[in-house]
Design a protein around this ligand. Structure first.
Ligand code: SF4
Length: 170
């Protein structure tokens, strides 16, 4: 989890690949951006380094911080359920399942060390703004992207009640 100390507004010079959908309590976590409207999320990427503090987290209540912000932190690799030893399967699914929501690359400070970008290139960035780390009522595509194997897309006539209370973590 190494990084040097702060060097300007972009923040620490990271030497470890960063997860762009991290938890705020992770060591080295920083705010990546602010989620827009919950029903049509469009991440506003910060243009300055902002470390996570208890005060910042408290400001998001009663919402969970991961519902209203995205955080970036050093990739946990084998400690993360999405990592297969070489790749992040979460971003693989995101690129396969979710549509691009922008043609241009978002203005993002962590691109040089972003694991998603390193693995999937611009295809990850073109889908990144729609990602919310904690979604309480995910649609089918978002659930598939979050959870992967064992799930299938529901047909339009199938009951959705069984998934209404399910949340997704991306
Ligand atoms: S996927 Fe692209 S836009 Fe998203 S955090 Fe990584 S570099 Fe930034």
């Amino acid at each position: 989890m190494s990084s040097t100390q702060s060097v300007g507004s972009a923040g620490p010079r990271e030497t470890h690949l960063m997860c762009p959908s991290a938890q705020p309590e992770m060591e080295g976590s920083r705010v990546l951006g602010v989620v827009g409207a919950p029903d049509a999320p469009q991440l506003a990427y910060l243009n300055q380094y902002l470390p996570v503090t208890e005060e910042l987290i408290a400001m998001t209540q009663p919402a969970k911080a991961t519902q209203v912000m995205r955080f970036a932190a050093p990739c946990q690799e084998k400690a993360c359920c999405h990592f297969d030893g070489a790749n992040c399967n979460l971003v693989t699914r995101i690129v396969q399942i979710l549509p691009a929501v922008t043609e241009a690359l978002p203005p993002c400070l962590i691109r040089p060390t972003c694991r998603w970008y390193q693995q999937e290139g611009r295809h990850a960035c073109q889908r990144c703004p729609q990602i919310v780390t904690q979604v309480d009522d995910p649609d089918d595509r978002m659930r598939m992207a979050a959870e992967g194997d064992g799930l299938r897309m529901r047909g339009p006539r199938e009951q959705v009640a069984s998934t209404r209370d399910v949340s997704a973590s991306l």
